[in-house]
Design a binder for this molecule. Structure first.
Ligand code: ADP
Ligand code: ADP
Ligand code: MG
Length: 670
């Protein structure tokens, strides 16, 4: 076994690999860029080596710097994680030529599977069922139109070198194909430096289901069941689970065996994933093989009890697989949520800044439930624009799917993140979504269920009652604390009023009557809210962000943050401002004028902190709805800002190359 390995990555995946290496008593070497001097993976590793400036192209992607770091530290092997150099055959070869082991497959398998056209040809030869289409490079728009006609609409135009959900386009008609072909080709050239595109049938409303395989250097290959990753936004995975609620034993076995056949055909070794899309009739079609550890690998680990990183390391060291196919069983259910630094209310635009508060739920086994959180950040850390905006992968395991989902809901409710915008509200709302809970999924789920994006939600009746109860409990506990200051001059408090009005949001007034209350910690009260009797128990103390307790026996975890004279409550994806009034206060409050939000419809505001890449219009220009006004770059992504209606450009305030803060006025409309 190796004595020391280097992890050529950063963030959560570097931390995750270090954890397993430590358990195996292998010393670890981290590498870091200028932006990552204080990163968690650097802290966790036994040693750390600086490899260059912040941009990945000058640090994490420079193979020579990684090799130099191996030499300097004496690392015998390199784990590449995912992304960065993980799927570069030339990197494996460079390592091999220096006598350093690559913890992953051999260059031949990476090459064969790294190109979508080549891998489909390979899969066909190995009798794996592939998406119907044309197995070659499309030469020009005429060729594209001819092929698309033969396949039958709709079709998908895909970059052969594509990855990360980029470089693909759907076409429903000849006109779409012509337009899509040109765009897909230039996109492929710009993103991957390779303009080859191909065309395949677009499978409408499919599910994304993938098979995890593990293969050693001695010809043993097994599959570790599947993961379903149908909850995607723009072809990128957001929530994953294992097993899939859709597969039956027969389909699972067929997909597993085809995956093993493909892995054997490419002489695969290490952990790998064979991705399929599955239609409503459980016909499955090969998409691609990812020759690396997958982001969502923890859900497989949770249902199989097998540590994939451990086996990648063992296989790389030449060990034989310690188990056969018959030894692998799927146990219970696991769900993973990807937490991103992005604003769900602003079309998921990236958000950067300092994590002023970052408190994930406690990991471990609680009764029959498990919580696991793979993270690479910490309270006080800076989320920069240089790398992937993923903060953490929160996973829950339970004996059944619905328990794992409810466990995820609770864990998200208790996940505290302040300082940046993040997608926890979206994920928490999703866990309550009936269609997700029923497992009626397709890759179009988010687009179909949130056609206008994710909007702040209004609480239903039960949620309203629970939120009111939480607000009153916190108010009474705070009042009790104030009464107990030792050096108070006023006499002891008068009995608490019985009647309350809770104001939720801007104009929802909920009457409540305290039936019985004990102002102690733990706190307990019986309360009537709009005619419903509730019992509330909590051990919340003033200042706590997390409110944990039970409303009529149902456990609740919510978050409480003070604002002006009230409390903002975050729960189940809701974010509600609450004020607790006496009836007289409520009466007066209703008379207060409501402050209207300023009208910004005649302004183009910068949606996130970023760099102006282009101003596409000039002052006085008439623009049609949908036309590009400006392009702003943030987190390595170009965000095109388009006109929402027909308009005339007025004064332009921002210039190309300028760095702007969020909500800065880019231009005014006449
Ligand atoms: P990437 O390398 O970017 O991961 P994939 O080929 O794995 O590309 O596709 C990513 C996602 O795009 C899939 O999970 C699926 O949602 C969608 N997709 C890809 N090909 C098709 C297709 N032929 N029909 C329908 N959806 C597809
Ligand atoms: P997974 O199926 O493991 O979730 P993804 O397609 O989401 O795989 O990619 C995982 C990571 O690898 C992401 O951070 C993504 O940005 C990166 N990635 C994958 N393929 C490419 C590629 N061809 N170019 C750039 N980044 C990629
Ligand atoms: Mg994929």
């Amino acid at each position: 076994m190796f004595k020391k390995i280097l992890i050529a990555n950063r963030g959560e995946i570097a931390c995750r690999v270090i954890k397993t290496a430590r358990q195996m008593a292998i010393a670890t070497v981290a590498v870091y860029s200028d932006a990552d001097r204080d990163a968690l993976h650097v802290e966790m590793a036994d040693e750390a080596i600086h490899i260059g400036p912040a941009p990945a192209s000058e640090s994490y992607l420079v193979a020579d710097n990684i090799i130099a770091a191996c030499k300097q530290s004496g690392a015998e092997a390199v784990h590449p994680g995912y992304g960065f150099l993980s799927e570069r055959a030339s990197f494996c070869e460079a390592l091999e030529s220096q006598g350093i082991v690559f913890i992953g497959p051999k260059p031949k398998a990476i090459r064969a599977m790294g190109d979508k056209i080549e891998s489909k040809k390979f899969a066909n030869a190995a009798k794996v069922s592939t998406v119907p289409g044309y197995l070659g490079v499309i030469e020009d728009a005429d060729h594209a139109e001819k092929i698309a006609g033969e396949i039958g609409y709709p079709v998908m135009i895909k970059a052969s070198a594509g990855g990360g959900g980029k470089g693909m386009r759907i076409a429903w008609s000849e006109a779409d194909v012509r337009d899509g072909f040109d765009r897909a080709r230039s996109e492929a050239q710009n993103s991957f430096g390779d303009n080859r595109v191909f065309i395949e049938k677009f499978i409408v409303d499919p599910r994304h289901i993938e098979i995890q395989v593990l293969a050693d250097a001695h010809g043993n290959v097994v599959y570790l069941g599947e993961r379903e990753c149908s909850i995607q936004r723009r072809n990128q995975k957001v929530v994953e689970e294992a097993p899939s609620p859709f597969l039956d034993e027969k389909t699972r076995k067929a997909m597993g065996e085809q995956s093993v056949a493909l892995a054997s055909a490419v002489e695969y070794q290490s952990a790998g994933t064979v991705e399929f899309i599955v239609d409503a009739d459980r016909n499955f079609y090969f998409l691609e093989m990812n020759t690396r550890l997958q982001v969502e690998h923890p859900v497989t680990e949770l249902v199989t009890g097998i540590d994939l990183v451990e086996h990648m390391i063992r296989i790389a060291a030449g060990e034989k697989l310690a188990f056969a196919q018959k030894d692998i069983a799927l146990n219970g259910w696991a769900v993973e949520s990807r937490l991103y630094a992005e604003d769900p209310y602003r079309n998921f635009l990236p958000s950067i800044g300092r994590l002023t508060r970052y408190r994930p739920p406690q990991e471990g086994k609680f009764g029959s439930h498990v919580i696991r959180n793979d993270t690479g950040v910490f309270e006080g850390a800076e989320i920069s624009m240089y790398y992937d905006p993923m903060l953490a992968k929160l996973c829950t395991w339970a004996p059944t799917r619905i328990e794992a989902i409810d466990g995820m809901g609770q864990a998200l409710d208790g996940f505290v993140v302040d300082g940046i915008e993040h997608n926890v509200p979206f994920l928490a709302a999703l866990m309550k979504h009936p269609r997700w809970r029923e497992g009626r999924l397709s890759t179009a789920f988010i687009a179909e269920e949130y056609p206008d994006g994710f909007k702040p939600m209004t609480p239903d009746g039960q949620q309203t009652a629970a939120l009111s109860a939480i607000a009153i409990s916190a108010t009474l506990i705070e009042a009790n604390r104030r009464e107990r200051y030792a050096d108070r001059l006023r006499p002891a408090a008068l009995p608490l009023p019985e009647d309350w009005i809770v104001k939720l949001g801007t104009n929802n007034y909920i009457p409540a009557r305290l039936l019985e209350g004990l102002a102690t910690i733990p706190f307990e009260m019986d309360i009537d809210i709009s005619g419903t009797k509730l019992n509330v128990v909590t051990d919340w103390r003033p200042g706590d962000v997390i409110w944990r307790g039970a409303v009529s026996g149902i456990p609740i975890t919510a978050q409480v943050r003070p604002f002006l004279n009230g409390l903002r409550l975050d729960w189940q994806g809701l974010s509600v401002k609450t004020r607790v009034f006496t009836p007289r206060q409520a009466e007066l409050d209703r008379l207060m004028p409501i402050k209207l939000a300023p009208d910004t419809s005649s302004l183009l505001l910068c949606p996130m902190p970023g760099l102006v890449v282009a101003i596409a219009v000039i002052e006085g220009q008439e623009v049609k709805a949908g036309e590009t006004l400006a392009v702003v770059e943030a987190m390595k992504m170009e965000n095109v800002l388009r006109a929402e209606r027909d308009l005339t450009v007025g004064k332009i305030n921002a210039r190309k190359g300028e760095s702007l803060a969020v909500d800065a006025v880019i231009m005014e409309f006449a």
